[in-house]
Design a protein around this ligand. Structure first.
Ligand SMILES: CC(C)(COP(=O)(O)OP(=O)(O)OC[C@H]1O[C@@H](n2cnc3c(N)ncnc32)[C@H](O)[C@@H]1OP(=O)(O)O)[C@@H](O)C(=O)NCCC(=O)NCCS
Length: 181
């Protein structure tokens, strides 16, 4: 399947999800420079808008090569992005991908990421016809674990010392959701 040419704009009750663009740099910077949002990310917070542009360029290049799909989350009635979701690590043969997500912390606990992930999961299973979606979450990341489990993901294993961030090794919980579930 050629991932580059599949339309992937999505709408939920409160959000518009569209492919990321370089115009998202300010929203991306606000989100990725915030230590609270980045506490369990696999990289440290960024410190300037150029870093946000570099990340966006990498995301766009990866999307253009068909290796990932990045979405920016735009609240209805606003212009700027407040969150990012990504499907990556695609395996065409095994019809699986990994999911990642992050939301500006000013918007937490309003049900927004749940809406976004529900839309992306439906798109992944129905349009992309994936068989399985995976997630790799820091063991201490209660919000992400709670969200994924609410969406039906099951814990499938613990990978010890998987990420070295903030000078410490972090354990990952690996989760999976099958199309049939
Ligand atoms: C994880 C994250 C995206 C959740 O976004 P959110 O929009 O606040 O989540 P929602 O409001 O949609 O919550 C939906 C469900 O997730 C779970 N949840 C969300 N935040 C939680 C928290 N702090 N503790 C426990 N469960 C939580 C709950 O089950 C919640 O349902 P409920 O409100 O009915 O209890 C947000 O906390 C975030 O951006 N964290 C930092 C980035 C990150 O860790 N990304 C994941 C890397 S793998």
């Amino acid at each position: 399947m050629d991932l580059c040419n599949i339309p992937r704009e999505l709408n939920t009750n409160d959000l518009y999800l569209r492919p990321s663009t370089l115009a998202d740099a300010e929203g991306m910077f606000a989100m990725l420079s915030d230590p609270q949002s980045m506490k369990y990310w696999s990289n440290q917070p960024i410190s300037n808008i150029d870093d946000a542009l570099i990340i966006l360029k990498e995301d766009l290049e990866s999307d253009a090569q068909g290796n990932s799909m990045c979405w920016s989350l735009i609240p209805n009635g606003q212009d700027s992005m407040i969150g990012k979701c990504i499907l990556f690590q695609f395996s065409q043969q095994n019809r699986r991908a990994e999911i990642g997500f992050i939301l500006n912390h000013n918007y937490w606990r309003q049900g927004l990421m749940q809406q976004a992930l529900e839309a992306i999961i439906e798109f992944a299973f129905k349009t992309l016809k994936l068989h399985r979606i995976e997630a790799d979450v820091d063991m201490e990341n209660a919000a992400s674990l709670g969200l994924l489990e609410k969406l039906g993901f099951q814990r499938e294993g613990l990978f010890r010392d998987r990420w070295y961030v903030y000078g410490e090794w972090q354990h990952s919980v690996m989760l999976g959701l099958l199309n049939s579930e």
